[in-house]
Design a protein around this ligand. Structure first.
Ligand code: ASP
Length: 356
């Protein structure tokens, strides 16, 4: 009798399992593309205890996908190798290729989202560039890892699983380009790398991250008020190059030498990472004034890491220097590059800094 009921319940279990299997059959799962660019998430070290001094961008996208077979339960994933570099070597060429490929893929109604695997060093920059150049409200999620794929407790596989879950989630639609590491969701505009080695390196200082990913489920608590993706006026689909914009980082005993070098190198814009609220050293200022007179757009940013840079000085306003708001210097540089693809009008460029 007992045996008979066991067999019956096993049979019922098999039917339930079978039907739940058909609920998650590949035909019903969202399609997510993984674009791989390199980084520590694809890094390989000679031993599993080695956390630094490894080769970033050593493994291909198929290896990353195969290392997480659970991806098959949440999406139909397929990979493309865009580059395989340490992200400290990121270039405008790779960015343009990425943005164009994202726009192509997202125009396909079957593709529900994109995950980009990336080194963590410049991940925030690529995220903000795509935030301003991807023309879709479908999720685009950047993911990386702080420990190489060969490490004991590598963080790449779980980060990739979470990123695919996020890219496949309707909750992530319309939120702008997202960054998903260490169970947290950050927005592209405000996120920055804050620690050279810790897995909890990505933060949106003071303004805050957007949400958590817990047990593979995204939970959003806030969103950016700044324009992005579908609302963005920037379009790189027909561009082969971006204008040169340099960052000059101030310090005690600063002068105009690097500013002049930047102008001579053909910069169309300079981000001055000033002290405090974008303060400019008196010995550097004449260099910026001369650069501005030659048509180079000068934006004041700050090396502080938090807070706004606003029009706080009549002199700087008279000198036609623009204000970078809360963007860190590396993100102000991206917005100025894109702004310069559209206009040289200073009022227009300041408007962009106020809106994006
Ligand atoms: N240098 C590496 C890179 O950015 C670091 C990392 O991925 O964490 O590619």
């Amino acid at each position: 009798m007992l045996r008979k009921s066991l067999i019956v319940s096993l049979a019922i279990g098999a039917i339930i399992l079978n039907s739940s299997y058909s609920i998650v059959s590949a035909a019903d799962l969202p399609e997510v593309k993984i674009l791989a660019t390199g980084g520590t998430i694809a890094g390989s070290a000679p031993s599993n205890t080695q956390m630094t001094g490894y080769k970033a961008g050593a493994l291909g996208v198929e290896t990353l996908i195969n290392a997480v077979p659970e991806l098959k339960n949440i999406a139909v994933v397929s990979g493309e190798q865009i580059s395989n570099i340490g992200s400290q070597d990121m270039t405008d060429d790779v960015w343009l290729k990425l943005a164009k490929r994202c726009n192509e893929l997202l125009s396909d109604p079957d593709v529900k989202g994109i995950v980009i695997t990336h080194g963590t060093d410049t991940l925030e920059e690529t995220a903000y560039f795509l935030n301003l150049t991807v023309k879709s409200d479908k999720p685009v999620v950047l993911v990386g890892a702080m420990r190489p794929a060969t490490a004991i407790s590598a963080d790449g596989p779980v980060n990739l699983l979470n990123a695919v879950k996020l890219a496949a989630s309707p909750k992530a639609v319309g939120k702008g380009v997202l960054v998903a590491l260490n169970d947290e969701i950050n927005g592209a505009r405000d996120v920055t790398k804050t620690n050279t080695s810790n897995v909890s390196t990505f933060k949106s200082p003071e303004l805050g991250f957007l949400g958590y990913i817990t047990d593979g489920e995204p939970y959003f608590y806030r969103e950016t008020t700044r324009k992005h993706t579908k609302e963005s006026e920037f379009d790189v689909d027909n561009l082969a190059k971006l204008p040169r914009v340099d960052i000059i980082y101030t310090h005690e005993n600063d002068d105009r030498v690097l500013i002049d070098a930047s102008v001579n190198a053909g910069a169309k814009g300079i981000i001055y990472a000033g002290s405090g609220m974008g303060s400019i050293h008196k010995d550097a200022e004449p260099g910026l004034v001369d650069a501005q007179k030659k048509g180079v757009v000068v934006v004041r940013s700050s090396r502080v890491g938090n807070g706004m840079v606003v029009a706080n000085s009549e002199q700087y306003t008279k000198e036609h220097f623009l204000n970078g708001d809360t963007l860190n210097p590396q993100k102000a540089r991206i917005l100025l590059q894109l702004a310069l693809t559209k206009t040289n009008d200073l009022n227009e460029i300041q408007r962009m800094f106020d809106e994006y």
